[in-house]
Design a protein around this ligand. Structure first.
Ligand code: OSB
Ligand code: MG
Length: 374
């Protein structure tokens, strides 16, 4: 395959309601989409960086910049040097390896090239990655709300829609009480977990251990992203399984965290780890150690959501992911909406992502377009 051009397209999509986490509140999603144009096909990539560096150091303007200044020129050079037939998605990570970090930009580019490659040969993401099921259970991430009654209403709505797992965002001052309230109102059968997005320190260990009373599936990233050892220590005080999100940036860091006893479960987000191929490698490492994984979300459009559903169809994804219906965040999605079917999301079977942006909707939400030609 030969790259001809990459279109960098910024879209802005309002959220159906503000999404508050311990690191900030999102009101709309400002997404960078990449459209790779090759000699034989087109492919789509979605960069999951948020507008601000609150979840990770990456932010969408920064990712757009690093792609233009460094990654796209490096691919142009790399493609020129590659033997015929050698260029493709697996080569992308190697060509971009000299550049530190910026995994969300790397992931978006690899996703677009993989999509183009798969569309050209008629293979789906799920088949390529090694998926084994045709639908995945849908979990929903519930933001921090203004009151417990408001939270209970929102959770009741999601359970009514059929969601198979509830994740509550927590922070100091919004943790034990909301968890207790949800358990008391909806009972012990609800699959429930929490996500702190690094809001605590090891000094909170005994406080966090109070969550042990509520039979949670896991507590996600309670401590700072670089405090892997702290999570290992915390795991000695807290009985609830610890699940790392922000701390896991590669298969190598995943293996180290597992060995240290810092993570009993892993949240895999392709954007955070530099792409779907590295995400699969983490799945494999975790499976080899008997560590369950699930697919995280970054408030993706239908494009990223479709790819995540494909990843979540791999056999090691034994817990429901943050793979919700499009309507969880968006009134209008750029693709045909992903919908809940009996609490599940269908894994696309068409070539590549198996979904396409709807041109008129894409135009409506577009705020800027730029073309990089090879
Ligand atoms: O920590 O999992 C997270 C959204 C944005 C940034 C970080 C996180 C999240 C979510 C998942 O909680 C939201 C989703 O369902 O896409
Ligand atoms: Mg998280």
């Amino acid at each position: 395959m030969k790259l001809r051009a990459v279109e960098l397209r910024r879209i802005a999509m309002p959220l159906v309601s503000p999404f508050r986490t311990s690191f900030g509140t999102q009101h709309q999603r400002d997404i960078l989409l990449l459209k790779v144009i090759t000699d034989g096909a087109c492919g789509w990539g979605e960069c999951v960086a948020l507008a601000d560096p609150g979840y990770s150091p990456e932010y969408v303007d920064g990712q757009s910049d690093v792609l233009r200044q460094f990654f796209l020129p490096a691919l142009a050079t790399g493609q020129g040097a590659a033997a015929v037939g050698e260029f493709g998605a697996p080569v992308v990570a190697r060509l971009l390896e000299p550049f530190k970090g910026h995994r969300m930009a790397k992931a978006a580019l690899e996703m677009a090239i993989l999509d183009a490659e798969l569309r050209e040969t008629g293979r789906s993401f799920a088949r390529e990655l090694g998926g084994v099921v045709d639908r995945v259970p849908a979990g929903v991430s519930v933001g921090i709300l203004e009151s417990i009654p408001a939270l209970l209403d929102v959770v009741a709505g999601y359970l009514g829609e059929g969601y198979r797992r509830i994740k509550l965002k927590i922070e100091p001052g919004w943790d034990v009480a909301p968890v207790r309230a949800v358990r008391e109102r909806f009972g012990d059968d609800v699959a429930l977990q929490v996500d702190a997005n690094t809001a605590y320190t090891l000094r909170d260990a005994r406080h966090l251990a109070k969550l042990d009373d509520f039979d949670l599936l896991l507590i996600e990233q309670p401590l700072a992203e670089d405090d892997v050892l702290g999570h290992a220590d915390l795991a000695k005080t807290v009985r609830t399984p610890i699940c790392l999100d922000e701390s896991i940036t590669s298969a190598q860091t995943a293996a180290a965290a597992i060995r240290l006893g810092a993570t009993q479960v892993i949240n895999i987000k392709p954007g955070r780890v530099g792409g779907y191929l590295e995400a699969r490698a983490i799945h494999d490492v975790a499976a080899a150690h008997g560590v369950p994984v699930w697919c995280g979300g970054m408030i993706e459009s239908g494009l990223g959501r479709a790819a995540n559903a494909a990843l979540a169809s791999l056999p090691g994804f034994t817990l429901p992911g943050d793979i919700s219906a499009s309507g969880r965040f968006y009134r209008v999605d750029v693709t045909a909406p992903l919908v809940l079917e009996d609490g599940h999301i269908r894994v696309p079977t068409g070539a590549g992502l198996g979904v396409d942006p709807i041109p008129e909707i894409l135009e409506e939400v577009t705020t800027a377009v730029d073309l990089f030609e090879f």
